[in-house]
Design a binder for this molecule. Sequence first.
Ligand SMILES: [Zn+2]
Length: 406
Amino acid sequence: MNTKHSIRVGWLLDGSGGPVREKVLLHIENGSITGLDNYGGGDNSDSSSITDLSHCTILPPLVDSHVHLFMSGTTDPNMRESQLTAGYDQIKPVISRHLNYMLSYGVLAVRDGGDRGGFALRYRDELDKGFPVAIKSAGRAWRQKDRYGSLIGRHTEENESLAASFEKDLEDVDWVKLVNSGLNSLNTYAKETHHQFDRDEISRLVLAAGKKGKKVMVHANGHLPVRLALEAGCHSIEHGFFMGRENLQLMAEKGVVWVPTAYTMKAYMENIDAKDGHVNHQVINKTLEHQLDQMALARELGVILALGTDAGSLGVLHGESVVEEMKLFKKAGFTLPEIVQCATSNGAQLLGLDTIGLLQVGRPANFLVARGMPAQLPRKLSYLEDIFLDGKSSGIYRKNPVKTVV
Ligand SMILES: [Zn+2]
């Protein structure tokens, strides 16, 4: 069987943040990329078959670095309530549906930020090995008793340190998730909540996690909650609203990854009635604008950003919200190759995945096919032409069969 073939690609975004390449002849052997030449003008034909994607843009598979699989982004209060109290048997089909939505947008890996029952973790272990979306799960997040986080985790025991609680835990999580602040206020601008754990407690958790080969992701908004997590050696900051320039500088120095989840704010604005007395739309809008300014600053300072949506939050739908978050990266001043880098290779690296990420020689030929020029992105992710796995049209998601010419 001939496992060698070539694909003519109109435009290629390789996930490195570098410029878009045009008219690329992609050579594939045994599922891996063996060459990236240019076509057009010269004679590039050889005896192997050539697949024609000259009318398409290809890019690496997407990674959503912050989701909650157990909860849908529904705005129906009854539905939300029932999902928040349901057991695993009821949640299992919900998770399955969310993963299929994500697959239809080309998301082939997710990092779950926790749920109260450890449902996503259990689902990860039961996942059909042939299913193409990888789940990395934090199981149940750690929080302080009587503080925010009951929906996504559990609290430490009284008279027991955070590290001791963690060490006793036998769940095989991919990431350790810590909640170190509250949520953003939707009616008082930039209101900072108190940190949940101090620097030493977080440090000891990071050390204990490291001994088990695990990294720590921290939900934190506001200067001090973020500062303490960074000084304690955490590996990623989730949300990070109002963290400020000094924290961003520190993140750039330490190589800590930031997952800004900006679309959550836009979704609040779109889905909560302006007449609701508990919220102030101007405050929400200003909070979003501030987050976009912080993202612009992070870009300038060289902070590594990974795209995450917090899907499951009010109005934040699995799959679709990746496109929405990409649009906000654009609004914050990121170029298309940079946005794709944050949504692909930066995420893959954060999640420790080597089967997806950069489209370079020696790497697996796993990629998304979007019809048209790169200028159509990210919108065209909603209408993907195909997903190639190991160099072949997967047939998982294909609206129009691609043409193969000899
Ligand atoms: Zn979250």
